[in-house]
Ligand binder design. Sequence first.
Ligand code: LLP
Length: 427
Amino acid sequence: PRTAARAQDGAVTVGGVDVRELAEEFGTPAYFLDEADFRARCHAWREAFGTDADVFYAGKAFLSRAVLRWLHEEGLNVDVCSLGELSLALDAGMPAERIALHGNNKSTAEIHRAVEAGVGRIVLDSFQEIVRVARAAEELGVRQRVQIRVTVGVEAHTHEFIATAHEDQKFGLALADGQAAEAVRRVLRLESLELVGIHSHIGSQIFDTSGFEVAAHRVVGLLREVRDEHGVQLPEIDLGGGLGIAYTPDDDPSEPHEIAKALRGIVERECAGAGLDVPRLSVEPGRAIVGPSAFTLYEVGTVKPLDGLRTYVSVDGGMSDNIRTALYDAEYTVALVSRTSQAAPLLSRVVGKHCESGDIVVKDAFLPADVAPGDLLAVPATGAYCRSMASNYNHALRPPVVAVRDGAARVIVRRETEEDLLSLDVG
Ligand code: LLP
């Protein structure tokens, strides 16, 4: 978070609060979310895209009532992809017209709830779904705004599991084999659906804007085909999320204004070339907004130096609160934050307390040789896809999320309790 600083005695403060106090009051492991930092990123995205574009925060990165209120206040919309995310967004007071529903296999219940609530758009992902959404809209007597998600066929340079625009994967309807154009035909024939645009999401943790440019080029190509075939100009284009963030000093992400400039530039040029009016643009950043705003605080439990190899530093969480290292080979940094140390740096591996050797939080890190039980370690940039992908593996209790701002801290998602867990088991 931008508000992090070292106090005189070496302890780190975030949002004006000393991490030792945070650990004392809220326990560890815990995620701390810097509200000012989160809001500043929302603001930067809004400013960068301006009033003739929409920014949909991707709720899957991390969603809570407080976050939804901040999004609402900062003028962002929200993208949800499950009944849980949808009902939380509605419950937190996000106006339905500012919600978009995603997913490659939305259930009938999800579709019904979304149409009934009046969500601003449903992003259609298959031929079957066109029929399902149309049926729900007919039953409810409304005309539902929809977009069609297309697969543009670009190879995003990111981990295979989070790349989504190449052809051999489950999302969207391919442009290349005419499925996207066929979907447009079918949707346009249905009275209960209002086709407002085309959607593309090429993947996640992407640094290079060229993939977005190719996507924009191909999506505009479809708009042109639609105009030529049907005589209608679709008014919206959504280019999805996926902008990378800095997990380590080697990562060099673009700023929202750079992305906005690149995307607008390409869409405007392409539309001018195709003789189309410039459609309203929208984007769906998740990680780039919440990722850098939070860190995880752990307490060291054991330290095991392995001669000639490295030191294993075990903390009180692990793959249940951050699966990204095990799942994507993600890289993180880590810092000793409860004090400073003059001890020599040692090659270390920060591991969790789960029953498998792949339970790694930070694969390679240099930590002072005197790191000891009771020290506090912080792993930055854990705001996205950590709490939202947290599990109860080994019956771990999922950690709380604490918002920190102007010298005050408050729990926004509480720590799970033993009772929470045991109460699910009714056998
Ligand atoms: N829009 C759509 C349709 C998406 O599927 C996603 C992410 C986003 C927006 C937001 O992408 P972002 O800006 O956050 O990169 N669990 C993985 C990331 C999976 C992303 C899935 N979709 C991870 O931890 O890296």
